[in-house]
Design a binder for this molecule. Sequence first.
Ligand code: ADP
Ligand code: MG
Length: 699
Amino acid sequence: MNLLQDIVYLKGVGPAKAELLRDELGIYTLRDLLLYFPFRYVDKSQITTVKQIQGESEPVQLLLECVSFTEVGMGRAKRLTGRFRDSSGDIELVWFKGASWIQKNFQIGQTYLVYGKPALFSGRYNIPHPEVEWVEQSRWNAGNTFKPVYRTTEKCSKKGLNSHGIAQLTRTLVSQLPAGLIEENLPEYLLMKYKLISREAALREVHFPQDSKKLESARRRLKFEELFFLQIQVARQKVALTKDERGVVFEKVGDLFLDFYNNHLPFELTNAQKRVVKEIRQDVAKGFHMNRLIQGDVGSGKTIVAILAMLLAVDNGFQACLMAPTEILAIQHHQSMKELLAPLNCEVALLTGSTKTAERRRIHQGLLEGSIQLLVGTHALIEPVVQFQKLGLVIIDEQHRFGVAQRARLWAKATIPPHILVMTATPIPRTLAMTVYGDLDVSVIDELPPGRKPIETIWRSDSRRLEVFQFMENEIKKGRQVYVVYPLIEESEALDYKDLQDGYDSISRRFPRPQYQISIVHGRIKPEDRDYEMNIFIQRQTQIMIATTVIEVGVNVPNASVMVIESAERFGLSQLHQLRGRVGRGADQSYCILMTGNKLSNESKTRMETMVRTNDGFEIAEVDLELRGPGDISGTQQSGVLQLKIADIVKDQSILLVARECALEMVEEDATLSLPKHYSVRRYLDEMSRGNSDWSKIS
Ligand code: ADP
Ligand code: MG
């Protein structure tokens, strides 16, 4: 058996499922499946009875028979309650959304495994939005105590690849694995010192743990491994850069920079912007290699800093490029750079996945010959076919979507590696930033441009929707534009899309054509259409933009003054803050309206109150850290600071610190990792860098 074998060859997969696994879940090979870890486990040994429920804090698992359904309430307050029972008593399960779907899919008299947090309501417990699974009694008694729960998508679920279906595949795979096939990738001395179990044992145990203790050691081992290899990369990069890499020198501040700075800046820079520009200038003049992270809250004006740095490169005879995480953003950056730099007579090219062949050729040629000096684009920039004559500076916008390894690939594009500037709005507390982006120096833009009115944040319950519509109408009458954002979570994708559609319908009724025009953007819309919808909003042809979080990052529409966030309780704090940052970019007073249901957990309340209280991204990040204590693995993973498979840089800080220490020590002693005792580490790194689809995610 070869773990790099295509997933299609696993028993039970076949071409159709293989395609879904690839496209939806990024699982190409057997190894990918083996590394597709459960994000949660249901402890099957623990079944609570209705009578035993004691409080609201802990989720419970019940085995319940479905008795009946009733719909109660009106309009948006409408909910569906299901009566369920076991031998000890009755309990209500409550859904505020998706009533018809639920009624269609449940059968009266059937038994279900129900998992969720009880809520106390009028002296009785109910369970809002539980996870429910149909169980066959016979299958129920067999099997492991811990059942893995895998992340999946609606499309996969429909074709039998729900969590259970994926578990069947991992079970097949794990049971077929010959002993010894999975090689250890950590040195023996580390395993001993930190009492880590072997990689092989951990990978088997993490999917089908025998008990909670074994699960814990498997997870600890895999987290350590993940963080260790992340830190090894960071450490090696740092050593490589300080030891042997000379940086290109931008010694002069030339005509382009000065002309732009003195005559064409559309506004005066804030002191923070000036300071960061200065830090960059010092870096690039020294002859060292710049590797700098600019952290600046949303709207703090990072783009202009990037432009100035790029001009500095061109003044010194180098090319510069700016890489954005999405096509929409790349187009926007390109557009605004073209306008700003128009008086300077300096071409800015745009290269994305959808650049037409002829234009693409022209750009490739121009970059190679040096006739194009400035380039803006997406991931398309890191493809090997894109070659520069003299690349001196690479700027990466919204850092968290690019890993260490991706950055490393950029350097291959020049004999002396270009200076690197990464810009992020994700407010990560400084200590964490240093640990995760340990190879970077950090600059902070801690000041917003003047004259900007702080965004006013308002928290409203769903029942006041009509008022909110009225408010939107008033703003639109003043010529402003409005975003309405809906959550979209993988695990509840189907229901979420339904909500989005319902929302779209009710907004379209309230704001009818032709008086009003509405844009809609979400993941099920083709990328071309998404860009089109986004562009007509940018051009003010539509007044309302209905979207999922695809608009979270970077988009700049200064005329938009209202951000309505639906089901705001379902977003994490950092996401809410990012979304709010989409407004308040012009001179007008802007508003963020958080819409929630009436019944909220204490944590959700704290999140809403924090948003209402402060606009400060760093303060919000601190609260966020506090809130995300133990538990709830999925939430942090989705907040997207880093795409880690199993570890969590917030909760697993103690493991992170140890792993970092080990990695630094190892690299200091043996930068090339060629000592025999480091053989396993070296071999694993080599294996991973050899065309692995996964590596960028790990790093
Ligand atoms: P972000 O840091 O979120 O990328 P942008 O660079 O997109 O922010 O800037 C947000 C808005 O603020 C833009 O419309 C930009 O033109 C404006 N802006 C940036 N710096 C200043 C400044 N010093 N004075 C006034 N407006 C500014
Ligand atoms: Mg930006």
